[in-house]
Every structure is written in structure tokens, then in C-alpha cells.
Design a protein around this ligand. Structure first.
Ligand code: MLT
Length: 409
């Protein structure tokens, strides 16, 4: 028989969100009349912005004509999109990123997993705990860890705990690490990174020859002008960081699929025999070999969010979700529940009432209030005793959800 990748057998449970989906489906099958409100997975609910729709329609019309038809596009993305990203997301904020350092893709989840293709086997990897599970699971799949212990932590990974006790700010690793995953605004806790905090990380990476994998998929939710949107707003970050960005939450593209990854040309790694080599050509090679680009209508739709109307429309939708988050925060606080995040992020992180475990609270909410959230322990051992609520839903559902909370608390 053919050998399998044994590392997959180390994965402790199903991927978190399908596991939640499985439990919710079982509940709905047993209770068909229940009106279940989902504040679990961070999936958008509001329709695409009119500017996006218009651009996508126009692009489809172009494909309908021989004279304007397009086949394969550039693997790295069309220039019109890469240039718009470089100008509006980076140069306008004083961050030096050029269009040819941007790789358009079909998702940050995919990119943050696939990036491991270009790194060696023996790197020491640090993750914050709790953490977006993709960073951990993809390292397990790639054979970069030992088996999991009873708390679900994998041998070989360096975990940086964040809890209310340290204000959800991870300490720098006590040992040298090669790759560090950071996500801000944070999934799942909804907290943000200050400039000072990112400076400390950049300095750490400079001193230790490390690379930061910076996931900024939720940057569009930052409303506080003091909070950096990109790690490249920090001096020196070009030499030590890769940044992942996505149109999923920014522009409602979770189903449409478009994202990008920035690999600055200044970023270097080293070979086994100690030579320094640039990372950019490696990712370019990987991208061209394993990926054929995002479809033309989708890239036109993504570029439309940088037009004046597109920007305004997308901002309104983000403000709508942030108002949902505020509603949840305020209602739960009134009920005496300790909440975090949800100000510059679409996620509200809460301490489970009555010291319930994360999954017990999940079951209580589902059974008694027909509400779905995400158990904090699904994001890591330090998420135990916490719970995540997403602000992605209609206003009516969010209002109903907080009414139901009040009834069962
Ligand atoms: C989440 O709920 O954490 C996200 O929707 C997951 C994702 O973006 O893949």
C-alpha cells in the first residue's frame, strides 16, 4: 500500500469550524423548529459593495467579447490591482511596498499555510496561544511538530500565552525562534497591536535573524488612528516580515476569494550551507508553479474597492459590523460578562460566565438560546474559559442574540 503523510494523524481534532458546523447540524436535525443564530465562524453576511458588483459585471462583459477576452492572467496578479494595493494600502500610509512585492492570491488562509513550502524543516516556530488554528495545523501537516499533549499543544512549537492576565500581549520568546506568527487585529481575541509592540517584535526579529509572518486580514476594522494597519509602518520591518492581507472581511469576499501576500525584496533567509538568499524569488517560483492566478472579474472587483465610491461603500459595511460588535460588547458588559476586543476588530472575546469550560458554554448557548459562538479552547489551551462571538450578522440577528443572552444569564 501507498504511504500516507503520517503527520496528519497527529492532528488532534477536526478543523475547528467544520467541527462546530457538525455539532450545529446535529442540533438543528434534532430541533428543526429552532431558529439558530450563528455568531461562530467569521463569515460575512452583507452583500458586495455596488462598486464591486459593477466592476465585476463589466469584467464579465469584457470576457464575452473576442476583442477583450483574456485567458491566463499573470500568476502574481494583474498590475491594475497590485498597483492600487501598493498605493492605497501602503504608500498612502508611509509604508514602502512596491507593486511587484505583492502576490495576489485566493486567500490568506491558503497563503499562510502554503508559505511553509519555501521554509526549511528545522525552523523553530512560535505561535501565540490562543491562535488562528491554521498556523498550527499547517505546521503539524508539514511535519514541523511532535505529537500533541493532553492540552492539545504540539511538541516542538513555542507557545506564547495571551490571557486577560497579560492584557493579551504576548511576551517575546525567551529562546531564539525562526518563524513567528502574529495576527493583528487579532483573531480570536479582537485586540490590536500598538506601534511600540510591533517595534519590539521587529527588533527581536532583527536581533535573532527571525521572520515574522504577519496576518493583517482584519486591518480594515482599525478605527483608532494610532494603531498601525501594516507591519511595514515599522522601520526595519521590510527586512524581517511577510504580510498577509485579504479582501474577505474587508470587502465581503469570503465566497468570492481574493487576498494578497507581501514579500519585500529586502527579506532574506539562509541556506543550509549558510548563504543568504532573498525570499521573494522563492515565493514567486512557488506561486508560478502551483497557482494560476485569481480570476479577472474577481481582481477587477477587488480593485474597485480602491475607487472613491468603493472605499466609501466598503467603509460603511465595516462600520456596520463594528456597530454590531459594540452592541454585543455593551449588552454583555451589562450582564456582568467580561468582554475584550470588538473595538477595532469584528470579534468579541469573552470570559465564560460561571467558570464554565469553553465547550460547556458553547453547548449551553446552543441548547438554551439557539446561539452559536466559537469555544476559546478551539484556538489553543490558553483559550480555555473564553469564548468568541463574531459581529458578522444582520442587525436584527445581533439584537435578537443579545436578547437571548439576557434570558439565559
Ligand atoms: C474565523 O472565523 O476565524 C475565520 O472566518 C476563519 C477564516 O478566515 O478562515
Amino acid at each position: 500500500m501507498t504511504y500516507i503523510n503520517d503527520h496528519y494523524l497527529k492532528l488532534t481534532a477536526g478543523y475547528l469550524f467544520p467541527e462546530i458546523g457538525r455539532r450545529v447540524t446535529a442540533f438543528c436535525d434534532a430541533n428543526p423548529a429552532a431558529n439558530v443564530i450563528r455568531l461562530g465562524i467569521g463569515d460575512v453576511t452583507e452583500p458586495l459593495a455596488p462598486a464591486v458588483i459593477q466592476a465585476m459585471h463589466a469584467a464579465v462583459d469584457e470576457l464575452a467579447e473576442r476583442s477583450s477576452f483574456r485567458g491566463y492572467g499573470p500568476e502574481q496578479g494583474y498590475d491594475f490591482l497590485r498597483e492600487a494595493i501598493a498605493e492605497h494600502d501602503y504608500q498612502a500610509r508611509g509604508a514602502k511596498v512596491d507593486a511587484d512585492e505583492i502576490f495576489v492570491s485566493d486567500g490568506s488562509k491558503c497563503d499562510s499555510g502554503n508559505i511553509l513550502d519555501i521554509f526549511g524543516e528545522d525552523n523553530v516556530i512560535a505561535v501565540v496561544d490562543p491562535v488562528y488554528p491554521v498556523y498550527v495545523d499547517t505546521n503539524v501537516m508539514a511535519g514541523h511538530t511532535g505529537p500533541a499533549d493532553a492540552s492539545g499543544r504540539y511538541g516542538g512549537l513555542v507557545y506564547l500565552p495571551v490571557t486577560a492576565e497579560n492584557d493579551f500581549v504576548p511576551e517575546l520568546p525567551k529562546q531564539r525562534v525562526d518563524l513567528i506568527y502574529l495576527c493583528y487585529p487579532n483573531n480570536p481575541t479582537g485586540v490590536v497591536a500598538t506601534k511600540e509592540m510591533l517595534k519590539r517584535w521587529v527588533e527581536y526579529a532583527q536581533q535573532n535573524g527571525s521572520i515574522i509572518l504577519y496576518d493583517a486580514a482584519y486591518e480594515a476594522f482599525i478605527t483608532d488612528p494610532a494603531i498601525p494597519h501594516s507591519i511595514y509602518e515599522i522601520d526595519g520591518a521590510r527586512e524581517v516580515a511577510i504580510e498577509f492581507r485579504s479582501f474577505s472581511k474587508t470587502a465581503g469576499f469570503t465566497g468570492v476569494r481574493c487576498a494578497f501576500t507581501v514579500i519585500p525584496k529586502d527579506l532574506k533567509g539562509k541556506t543550509r550551507d549558510g548563504r543568504e538568499v532573498p525570499i521573494h524569488p522563492l515565493w514567486n517560483r512557488r506561486h508560478c508553479t502551483k497557482f494560476n492566478g485569481v480570476s479577472y472579474p474577481v481582481q477587477r472587483g477587488a480593485a474597485a474597492i480602491y475607487s472613491p465610491e468603493g472605499r466609501q461603500q466598503v467603509r460603511e459595511t465595516i462600520a456596520f459590523y463594528l456597530a454590531n460588535a459594540k452592541l454585543v460588547r455593551e449588552a454583555l458588559t451589562k450582564l456582568g460578562i467580561q468582554v475584550y476586543g470588538g473595538v477595532n476588530a469584528p470579534y468579541v472575546w469573552l470570559k465564560t460566565p460561571g467558570k464554565l469550560s469553553s465547550w460547556d458554554f458553547f453547548d449551553k448557548l446552543l441548547q438554551e438560546a439557539h446561539l452559536v459562538g466559537t469555544p476559546g479552547s478551539g484556538f489553543g489551551a490558553c483559550g480555555e474559559g473564553y469564548f468568541r462571538l463574531s459581529a458578522f450578522n444582520s442587525r436584527a440577528n445581533v439584537e435578537e442574540a443579545v436578547r437571548r443572552f439576557a434570558k439565559i444569564m
